[in-house]
Design a protein. Structure first.
Ligand code: GAP
Length: 488
């Protein structure tokens, strides 16, 4: 039986071995917390995006999608509170020269107390940490680290600097001339691109409240420490939707979106016990309700998505900072108001990791006669990077030509691959490892009666199917329709 640590390591090496995720700039020894998606990773990522976009924009008449720029006017980040408040408390160890998030060092200590059964000590430390964070008391964070004798995991010493605030936004200069340039930020969230386009979309799309604006795009955060593979990255992607509602109705919509979003996750048929809600007890000053959807990764339950009732905070701030009215005239109540907003925000890369962790299995197939096993990705067929693999049983007798005909029939609608190398069993295993739901084998009988053998990834069962029925069969298994219908 593998430990969770071993399992997670295997997921990471599987992702690399099969072309899902590579460390960025690997031939230069990598760049910390930045990753590249390989040939299969890019397909899986695109399929996740499509699933989210279709669920949001296609299935909801009152949600539209945009694609706003990464660079935005610097005042936007002042208005949103990111310039002044988007900080993590950091601390350096003077011997190892390593930098840590002070709160995470303390959280690790709490976890160690819990592991050792010192639950009272853990609870007291948690309360002290919460109090220090709530009051932004950096001196207190340092004294907690000293009181609990927290040492640097690298040097083992307690030779710490003071705790300082560290802003997570990356900045750069816009404009060719150094003296004429302006400091701009790489957006730390996609949401602000939606807020500042609220009126553009509402007016040009003649949108009536309640309505939503969705967006998928890159975000950048200079995380003090980034760990757990693609869980916490410095460059990542978000899929966010802001739903604009009449003030006073926001909690109703919040509850509805909370349910809708969990249903979206569960429609992929993961083990449902691996999902839970985590309601925020302490709310940000602008929120009147907030919840995380958490997934149980091999390293514990962690946030995958946040649903927040953000009141009229963002639009009001942009009204103040831009001097432009961001109001909606509601004909039903004959009133102008700044709409309230429910936000759903999910990290695409984190969703990708959720899907990989959930799909990966090292399956024991041993029988009394022989030892056997396979690595398999039980991906939802609609998300699988390759929908079907077509194999000629042998490389001769016209089987490759017939297999190519089958492939040509299917490749307009689906991502199909052709493989003729190695024994058929080995070819099946390779496809299992990358999550291909269906393998189609063309054999001598196919030349006579236009049928093929279909082999299903999860059950490994085989059936004989007429070539003319393949398109319909694929539509029913790997198409979007069954998945999207389950959301209605
Ligand atoms: N607009 C709200 C917002 O950005 P957030 O909780 O900071 O809220 C939303 O981020 C989601 O983005 C998270 O639930 C997570 O899935 C993802 N995310 C945040 N920081 C990330 C990082 N450094 N690496 C990968 N994903 C991240």
């Amino acid at each position: 039986m593998k430990t969770n640590d071993e399992l997670f390591k295997n997921v990471i090496s599987h992702a690399k071995e099969y072309g899902f995720v590579f460390p960025s700039s690997e031939i230069y020894d990598g760049l910390s917390a930045v990753y590249d998606y390989g040939q299969l990773g890019a397909e899986l990522k695109n399929n996740i995006k499509t699933y989210w976009w279709k669920a949001m924009v296609q299935l909801n008449e009152n949600i539209v999608g945009i694609d706003s720029a990464i660079f935005m006017h610097p005042k936007i980040w002042k208005a949103s509170g990111h310039v002044d408040g988007f900080n993590d408390p950091m601390i350096d160890n003077k011997d190892s020269k390593k930098r840590y998030r002070a709160d995470q060092l303390i959280e690790d200590k709490i976890a160690r107390y819990e592991k050792d059964g010192k639950t009272d000590k853990a609870a007291k430390l948690q309360a002290d940490l919460d109090a220090a964070l709530n009051s932004d008391d950096l001196g207190r964070l340092k004294s907690i680290i000293e009181e609990h004798e927290i040492a640097c995991p690298v040097s083992g010493t307690k030779n710490w600097t003071e705790v300082r605030q560290f802003n997570l936004m990356f900045s750069t200069q816009m404009g060719a001339m150094a003296d004429g340039s302006e400091e701009v930020y790489l957006r730390p969230e996609t949401a602000q691109g939606i807020f500042v386009n609220f009126l553009n979309v509402q007016k040009t799309g003649r949108m009536k409240i309640p309505f939503g604006i969705a967006q998928i795009g890159k975000a950048f955060r200079n995380e003090v420490i980034a760990r757990q593979f693609i869980m916490r990255m410095r460059e990542f992607e978000q899929m966010e939707m802001q739903f604009f509602v009449r003030p006073g109705t926001e909690l109703e919509w919040y509850n509805q979106w909370k349910e809708t979003r969990l249903k979206w996750h569960l429609a992929l048929k993961p083990n449902p016990s691996k999902y839970r809600y985590h309601d925020h007890v302490k709310l940000a000053h602008y929120a009147n309700a907030a919840v995380d959807i958490e997934y149980e990764f091999p390293f514990g339950f962690k946030e995958v998505e946040g649903i927040h009732s953000r009141t009229d905070f963002d639009l009001s701030q942009h009204q103040t900072f831009s001097g432009k009215k961001l109001q909606y005239f509601d004909p039903e109540i004959n009133q102008n108001y700044v709409p309230y907003v429910i936000e759903t925000s999910i990290g695409l890369d984190r969703m990708f990791l959720t899907i990989l962790c959930n799909a990966y299995e090292e399956e024991d197939l041993s029988t009394d006669e022989k030892q056997d096993s396979r690595s398999v990705l039980h991906l939802h067929p609609a998300l699988a990077p390759i929908k079907a693999a077509v194999f000629p049983l042998t490389k001769k007798d016209g089987l490759p030509e017939k297999a190519r005909e089958v492939m040509d029939l299917l490749k307009i609608d689906y991502n199909i691959i052709y493989e003729e190398k190695d024994a058929i069993g080995k070819r099946y295993r390779r496809q299992d490892a990358i999550g291909t739901p269906i393998c189609i084998t063309v054999d001598h009988q196919s030349l006579q009666d236009d049928t093929v053998t279909i082999r299903h990834r999860d059950s490994m069962e085989q059936e004989r199917v007429a070539i003319k029925d393949l398109e319909k069969l694929l539509d029913g298994i790997v198409g979007w329709k069954p998945l999207l219908q389950s959301l209605l």
